[in-house]
Design a protein around this ligand. Structure first.
Ligand code: BGC
Ligand code: MN
Length: 299
């Protein structure tokens, strides 16, 4: 009997003629549907994730060495007290972004103090920081959103791309046309064109709907993946409440008018107090200023 010889597989040749990486849609070694990520490893530590990925540089940066990356991206994760979600998400995204052959890094943007959250302001602050890193686009990524398919492209989109379109907790349905919450990829110039997020939404809800309306008011089409590749599992967490729903509705009634003056160009609305470069991410602490009293929940 002949012995079966297992020859080592020749390395997959990825690079195109000019040395560049293929567009995500043409990468041959993606996996498609991924194992469900809903199981949370409790207390997964940053050091443990880093130990498995010694190839990452400061700030969780990486780029492929088998081809020239087409896009330099920053994944921006707004964060508040969900440490296990955070390390688990980064751990989950690393191999996906590596297979997609992207030049990536992570920016975790955290609000200073414990007062009402202003997600728009910490996103705008993180965007300014991302610009200083010279990236081509940013991917705003909620900490509880786990992609279920690696064909959903995290590459830089020609226009705003809503990656987080079909979400487990939302019945995998697109509920309205301006929805852009969860995961959104935008080029640096498009984010500037919509003047970033509004600075006026406090506590939970609305700032992403406002962003969707900004995008549509400037006649962009919101690109979305197909319902198969664009699936996400959203981790279960205690749902936060709107503290002032009427104020949210009022703001959402004039989103298009506020584009010009309420957003990225109002740089006095936030201050980056501290930046640390950690093994897996850049960590920003952002001071968002005083909460207007009318946004506090009425007792
Ligand atoms: C909120 C959004 C949120 C969406 C999905 C809307 O009512 O205003 O902020 O992303 O629901 O949960
Ligand atoms: Mn959530």
């Amino acid at each position: 009997m002949e012995e079966a010889v297992t020859k080592p597989k020749p390395p997959l040749k990825i690079a195109e003629e000019d040395g560049s990486c293929p567009a995500v849609e043409r990468i041959p070694d993606l996996q498609g549907a991924l194992p469900q990520a809903t199981l949370l490893i409790q207390n997964l530590q940053e050091g443990e994730v880093h130990a498995v990925h010694p190839e990452l540089g400061p700030g969780g940066s990486w780029k492929p060495n088998d081809c020239q990356a087409r896009d330099k991206i920053a994944v921006i994760i707004p964060y508040r007290d969900r440490q296990t979600h955070l390390t688990r998400l980064i751990d989950f995204l690393i191999p996906i972004l590596q297979r997609q052959r992207l030049d990536f890094r992570f920016i975790v943007t955290e609000q200073y103090g414990n007062d009402l959250f202003n997600k728009g302001r910490i996103m705008n602050a993180a965007f300014i920081f991302a610009e200083s890193l010279g990236v081509d686009c940013v991917v705003f990524h909620d900490v509880d959103m786990f992609p279920q398919d690696d064909r959903n492209p995290y590459s830089c989109p020609p226009g705003p791309r809503h990656l987080g379109a079909f979400v487990s907790n939302l019945g995998y349905q697109l509920w309205y046309k301006e929805i852009v919450g969860g995961v959104l990829a935008v080029s640096m110039s498009d984010y500037r064109a919509v003047n970033g997020y509004s600075n006026q939404f406090w506590a939970w809800g609305g700032e992403d709907d406002d962003m969707g309306q900004r995008i549509l008011s400037l006649n962009y089409t919101i690109e979305r993946p197909n319902p198969e590749t664009g699936r996400y599992s959203m981790l279960k967490h205690v749902k936060r409440k709107r503290t002032a729903p009427k104020l949210i509705y009022k703001l959402l009634g004039n989103s298009a008018n506020r584009v010009a003056y309420d957003g990225l160009n109002e740089t006095d609305k936030w201050t980056i107090r501290k930046v640390t470069t950690r093994p897996l991410y850049y960590h920003l602490y952002v001071d968002v200023g005083e909460v207007p009293e009318e946004w506090r929940a009425k007792a």
